[in-house]
Write a protein that binds this ligand. Structure first.
Ligand code: F0G
Length: 459
């Protein structure tokens, strides 16, 4: 076959103009924002790689779906469309809509976790772990060691280590483990997938110990694409088929549809067990809304249903992952230390390697993200010790092995030229890295401190 690039399977119909800023303006803006990119005004940002959440470009069909919103309090037509689409594409029989992923995490954690329980997972996600802790549980990391090593090129860094799982059962007993939470394309590990073989083994392990398997399916389509590309026996299956197969191995799922499904807001909790569904319906009315809208407008549920169908197209996924690999290759060619293999939603800069003169207690990844903004107006996100937070019992900082800055690529939003500018800017910051200083907190929130924390440079 002749070689062809990954060019986008769509064309641009509408554009949003961006404000260009000067370096002096950005220096002022980052001080105002307390060196936290979450606190910048988005109009002061040129290329926004903070997150891939809720920032994708919807298609003309999704926008048409917005016009078809049935804004009824109860029983909206769009809810049934969304529910049926979830069953058809993701296998789950029952769906409870929530305003976004963390709404689903809250409900699930409250129902399943009792005080003193343990919840193993293939690495943590910030909001997921916090909801587990607020419900009285303790998160236990059971991902393979390679996931914590920025340099390991393991093709499935999202895999579960069964020695770690078995040790946990021996230590606390299976009755203290209400469920295991498995994320597809593990965000904090660098957007790294879990293999179908490993997922199947987790299913068998759960059956053996009578433990539920909950799926954080926020980026399941990206995981499915990696399985198609890397796992023997899946090369001729479609992303759509692989997505279904993954979901069918699990009992329940929490979903932030703001990622894979390319909507600006929305998510859900889905499951096959009717009694879990009934309990979820009781709680969703407390925190989100009636069980047929759960915090979403009818129009949002319609766009979500359409987004699910678009998200599992092979052409879409090839361009999506192709764009990320393009950025990764440009950075690597210029000697920038990044997490390998390239992730499904982002390229992660290894701040520990780039800013080796700044100790982890001085938040090197936070300093690097701030410097990148000042350099070129590109907004990235810290994913290191600031995001990891403090241990709820000891009050000590968690010291993650990975000290990363995430360049997250929104779906269908930026062009190859934006990726070129991004790579050039990162290289520029790296060349001047010796002049960067560590940071200290001037305000530290009690929970999820990375969102609103403020910093100043150490002199
Ligand atoms: N799980 C994963 C793996 C996530 O990446 C996120 C959100 C959530 C759950 C929570 O979903 O935001 O809809 O409430 N991740 C975003 C990010 C915020 O930037 O990585 P939510």
């Amino acid at each position: 076959m002749r070689k062809r690039s990954w060019a986008e399977p769509y064309k641009i119909k509408m554009v949003e103009l961006l404000k260009m800023t000067t370096q002096a303006e950005r220096e002022h803006a980052i001080v105002e924002a307390g060196y936290n990119t979450f606190l910048l005004k988005s109009e002061d940002v040129y290329i926004d790689l903070l997150t891939d959440s809720g920032v994708g470009a919807m298609s003309d069909r999704q926008w048409a779906g917005i016009m078809m919103g049935d804004e009824s309090y109860a029983g909206s037509r769009n809810f049934y469309h969304m529910r049926d689409t979830i069953e058809e594409y993701y296998s789950y029989k029952f769906t409870v809509p929530t305003h976004q992923g963390r709404g689903a995490e809250n409900i699930l954690s409250q129902i399943l976790i009792k005080d003193g329980d343990y919840v193993p997972g293939n690495m943590y996600f910030t909001t997921t772990r916090l909801h587990q802790e607020l419900a009285g549980g303790t998160f236990v990391d059971v991902i393979i060691d390679e996931a914590h090593d920025a340099e390991s090129e393991h093709p499935f860094k999202g895999n579960v280590d069964f020695d770690k799982l078995n040790q946990l059962v021996e230590k606390v007993g299976a009755e203290k483990i209400p469920y295991i939470c498995i994320a597809t394309c593990v965000n904090m590990a660098g957007g790294q997938p879990i293999s179908m073989e490993n997922m199947g083994a987790v299913r068998t392990w759960c059956d053996l110990h009578n433990i539920l398997l909950v799926h954080d399916m926020t980026r399941v389509a990206e995981n499915a694409f990696f399985i198609q590309q890397r796992e023997a026996g899946y090369e001729n299956k479609t992303v759509k088929e692989i997505v279904y197969e993954i979901c069918a191995l699990t009992d329940a799922a929490t979903m932030s549809s703001k990622k894979d499904a390319m909507v600006n807001i929305g998510g859900f909790l889905a499951m096959n067990d009717e009694s879990l569904y009934e309990k979820s319906c009781e709680l969703v009315v407390v925190y989100e809304g009636l069980h047929t809208y759960g915090g979403m407008a009818g129009r949002d549920m319609e766009a979500l249903a359409i987004g699910i169908k678009e998200s599992v197209q092979d052409d879409h996924m090839r361009a999506r992952i192709g764009q990320i690999a393009y950025l990764g290759e440009r950075l690597e060619r210029n000697g920038v230390p990044i997490v390998k293999p390239y992730g499904g939603h982002a390229i992660f800069l290894d701040a520990r390697a780039m800013l080796s003169h700044i100790p982890q207690e001085q938040y090197p990844a936070q300093a690097l993200a701030a410097a990148l903004y000042v350099e070129s107006g590109i907004r990235a996100m810290e994913r290191g010790v600031v995001s990891a937070g403090r241990n709820k019992l000891t009050g000590e900082n968690y010291m993650p092995k990975l000290e990363l800055v995430r360049l997250t690529i929104p779906r269908r939003v930026y062009t190859q030229a934006h990726m070129d500018v991004t790579a050039e800017s990162v290289v520029e910051v790296m060349e001047n890295a010796a002049s960067l200083k560590g940071l200290r907190f001037t305000y530290e929130p009690q929970v999820l401190r990375f969102f609103q924390g403020r910093f100043e440079p150490l002199s």
